[in-house]
Design a protein around this ligand. Structure first.
Ligand SMILES: Nc1nc2c(c(=O)[nH]1)N[C@H]1C(S)=C(S)[C@@H](COP(=O)(O)OP(=O)(O)OC[C@H]3O[C@@H](n4cnc5c(=O)[nH]c(N)nc54)[C@H](O)[C@@H]3O)O[C@H]1N2
Ligand SMILES: Nc1nc2c(c(=O)[nH]1)N[C@H]1C(S)=C(S)[C@@H](COP(=O)(O)OP(=O)(O)OC[C@H]3O[C@@H](n4cnc5c(=O)[nH]c(N)nc54)[C@H](O)[C@@H]3O)O[C@H]1N2
Ligand code: SF4
Ligand SMILES: [Mo]
Length: 692
């Protein structure tokens, strides 16, 4: 029996766990108590993660279909890789380099995310690469960038939260999405701190809060401006901090003036006394945090909404003070690192901009190519997916680490676009709904079968360690990318050794905002993780980046004046109810992994619509009945779950299931103009007994 210390395959908390195995198989998982994020805790997904390694329909041989309408059949690796390389070269010769697109994921290790971005730019020469993080925390990233000059999820170690005096949590439900995270909030409350939750539903998290504000979906921006108005009116702003550490407050003060409490109550449905209470708790706490989750961010005005909450945090003097600040609860396992090293359409490694000549020169030198040959920025995730197979759009897609048939907004359209491609290539370890539609399926190694690094929600770079052998017939993503690069005669190094790729990533990131130059595997191991930026081997890493100055040209944080706009698609007579979507404890994302773990499938067997009993009565719907939920894009029929926890004007449907049960048949792909984030969290629907 051997024991391998590593981290959970799922979310950004990256709980530490030890895998006990025998004969190359993992048999038992034990939580680690030396990892501050979870300190001995795991959620049900973590406890059962070893079962992922042995799911019965694990992909173990490459597959392809000879014609679009033919079934997928097993083939050899050479056949699969030769076909992908030949088709990519053919389409490129015919239509230009942007004919081949790449889509990545925030679950990929830093090494894979880096290599995938390099593969797109160097081996394919395409600008058309983006990833599922665009669906995740892109709005928080954009707002952090414009306020602080940098985007690193949390402003300090997660344990800082326990010492906080108040946490305002906007649109996050960690009691279900990161259960062990709740212990930091519980510790804070034990120490006298207050938890304030903003969510249209009275979630498991909201039930543990001292104060729950329950706004209409899509009105958080107005709420934030209203809270700022109250803070200013009650003289709670930190004028000295504002003068010393920020710019742009004048315009924000002017905007906030117009968000008087009654008006904000009318827009949001949140009573004025509750708003007042929230502001007082935050302002009087000493140390305090403002945090956002997807509920506040996944909107067509998500970037401005996060800016509005950052404005509030800045007015109260929180960012850049030890034990206080603004933070985003990053979601996917490597949601943080995955957004730093070049799988984003507009990005080069180290969080560099692809349209910055100095960044291009630096990275091209590391890659051994001419900077003039690097493509420019490409399309964002939804724009890329919805352009597939169109005139002027990509004709081939190589996809690593995402299942957009289930998880992309307006999923029926995305599925239609995928089917219109000349070539769809999917690397995965299970036959996901997207892999099933592919022309070529490449069976990949997973999590405990390979090593690499992950950067957790704190910005701490961690080691994922290999504990078991991958099944015969399976290759790692780095081997797959390397083999394709070789066939495409790409210049430069294409190592399949994660540590060698990390060495190159260090050089490529050096001098960028997300600087990993001083981090290596041995250090991560010795120090239990290293916080970026870490520009040199002697540098201690940066747990709290903004204490002395913000990484903006003048060292100050920037207020950004923003106005309430409301949902892109509001309710009307035909579609009178708001739909919002999100997660349940036992399922993860598109469900490709968790629907295959029996204990999780049993705990959360299928989708449902949460309805308030008043709404249900008006519509004549009983608990457990089949209800039809219909938007302008599509309809689903799911089971009604009556609960007073949801607003009476809103229904909630989780998005983890496939086929006709996909919540994303309903969602609105309206995009945020800055982050290009789709509006997953609100659209207009009608609801009725099925069939209508
Ligand atoms: N069990 C589980 N855990 C996960 C995941 C998973 O799929 N399953 N995924 C991981 C990933 S990638 C992510 S991004 C995180 C996401 O973690 P969270 O952000 O916590 O998850 P969500 O359920 O998407 O949304 C949170 C809450 O937003 C609320 N909400 C909906 N609309 C609005 C609104 O307009 N305003 C406000 N204020 N709130 C609103 C919902 O009611 C919901 O309770 O979870 C990670 N952890
Ligand atoms: N309606 C609605 N839709 C949403 C959201 C919402 O709140 N509401 N949330 C959005 C958010 S925040 C996110 S993050 C997305 C996530 O949605 P997806 O991008 O679909 O994420 P997953 O379901 O995790 O899909 C990952 C796929 O890649 C595979 N995989 C995992 N790791 C690896 C790897 O290392 N290599 C390879 N080759 N494959 C791997 C898995 O088996 C799985 O099939 O969904 C978004 N969609
Ligand atoms: S909270 Fe996240 S990292 Fe921790 S065990 Fe659950 S899924 Fe894994
Ligand atoms: Mo996410």
């Amino acid at each position: 029996m051997n024991a391998t210390p590593t981290h959970c395959p799922y979310c950004a908390l990256q709980c530490g766990m030890t895998l006990h195995g025998t004969g190359g198989r993992a048999v038992r998982i034990e939580p680690r108590d030396d990892v501050p994020a979870n300190r001995g805790g795991l959620c049900q997904k973590g406890w059962t993660a070893a079962e992922l390694l042995t799911v019965p329909d694990r992909l173990t041989a490459p597959m392809m279909r000879r014609r679009r309408d033919a079934p997928q059949e097993p083939c050899t690796w050479d056949e699969a890789l030769d076909r992908v390389a030949a088709e990519a070269a053919r389409l490129r010769a015919l239509h230009g380099p942007d004919a081949v697109a790449v889509f990545g994921g925030g679950g990929l290790t830093n090494e894979k995310a880096y290599q995938l971005g390099k593969f797109a730019r160097v081996a394919l020469g395409t600008s058309q690469i983006d990833y599922n993080g665009r669906f995740c925390m892109a709005s928080a990233a954009a707002a952090s960038g414009r306020a602080f000059g940098m985007d690193r999820g949390l402003p300090g170690p997660v344990t800082d939260l326990a010492a906080s005096g108040a946490v305002l949590l906007v649109g996050g439900n960690p009691a279900e999405t990161m259960p062990p995270f709740m212990r930091h909030l519980a510790e804070m409350r034990d120490g006298g701190g207050a938890l304030i939750v903003v969510d249209p539903r009275r979630t498991a998290t909201a039930r543990q809060a001292d104060l729950h504000l329950q706004p209409v979906p899509g009105t958080d921006l107005a709420l934030a401006n209203g809270l700022l108005h109250l803070a200013l009116a009650e003289g709670l702003a930190d004028e000295r901090y504002i003068a010393a550490r920020t710019t742009g407050f004048g315009a924000v003060r002017t905007v906030a003036n117009a968000y008087w409490p009654d008006r904000v109550e009318r827009i949001t449905g949140v009573p004025v006394p509750a708003m007042r209470e929230a502001v007082r708790l935050l302002a009087r706490a000493g140390r305090a945090h403002v945090l956002t989750g997807r509920g506040g961010e996944q909107h067509a005005d998500g970037t401005d909404t996060v800016s509005a909450f950052i404005n509030l945090a800045l007015a109260l003097g929180l960012p850049g003070r030890e034990g206080s600040g603004y933070g985003c609860l990053t979601g996917q396992g490597n949601g943080q690192g995955g957004r730093e090293h070049g799988q984003k359409a507009d990005q080069l490694p180290g969080y560099r901009r692809i349209d910055d000549p100095a960044a291009r020169a630096h990275v091209a030198a590391v890659w051994g190519v001419d900077p003039a040959g690097l493509p420019g920025p490409g399309r964002s995730a939804y724009e890329l997916l919805s352009a597939l197979g169109t005139d002027g759009g990509p004709k081939a897609l190589l996809l690593f680490g995402s299942n957009p048939v289930v998880s992309a907004p307006d999923a029926a359209r995305v599925q239609e676009r995928l089917d219109a491609l000349d070539l769809l290539v999917v690397a995965d370890f299970v036959p996901s709904e997207t892999a099933r539609r592919a022309d070529v399926v490449l069976p990949a190694a997973q999590w405990a079968e390979e090593s690499g690094t992950m950067t957790n929600l704190e910005g701490r770079v961690l080691r994922r360690r290999r504990a078991v052998r991958p099944p015969a017939g399976v290759r790692t993503d780095l081997e797959i990318i390397g083999a394709l690069a070789e066939r495409l005669k790409a210049p430069g190094e294409w190592s399949a050794d994660p540590e060698a790729v990390f060495g190159e990533l260090r050089r490529a990131s050096a001098g960028g905002a997300a600087d990993y130059a001083g981090i290596d595997y041995a250090r991560i191991e010795a120090e239990g993780g290293v916080f970026w930026p870490c520009p040199s081997p002697g540098h201690p890493g940066t747990p709290r980046p903004y204490l002395d100055r913000f990484p903006t040209p003048d060292g100050r944080a920037r207020f950004v004046a923003v106005e309430h706009r409301g949902p892109a698609e509001d309710v009307d007579a035909a579609h009178p109810v708001y739909l919002t979507t999100g997660r349940v404890l036992a399922q993860y994302q598109s469900g490709a992994q968790t629907r295959r773990v029996p204990a999780l499938a049993e705990a959360a067997p299928g989708p449902f619509a949460e309805l308030h009993p008043d709404l249900a009565e008006r519509l004549g719907i009983e608990d457990g009945a089949q209800v039809r939920v219909e938007s302008r894009r599509g309809a689903v029929t799911v089971r009604a779950r009556l609960t007073e926890a949801v607003r009476a004007d809103t229904v909630f449907v989780p998005f983890h299931w496939a086929g006709e049960e996909r919540a994303n048949l309903l969602t609105n792909p309206a995009l945020d103009p800055v982050s290009r984030m789709p509006e997953f969290k609100v659209c207009a629907v009608r609801v009725g007994v099925s069939p209508f």
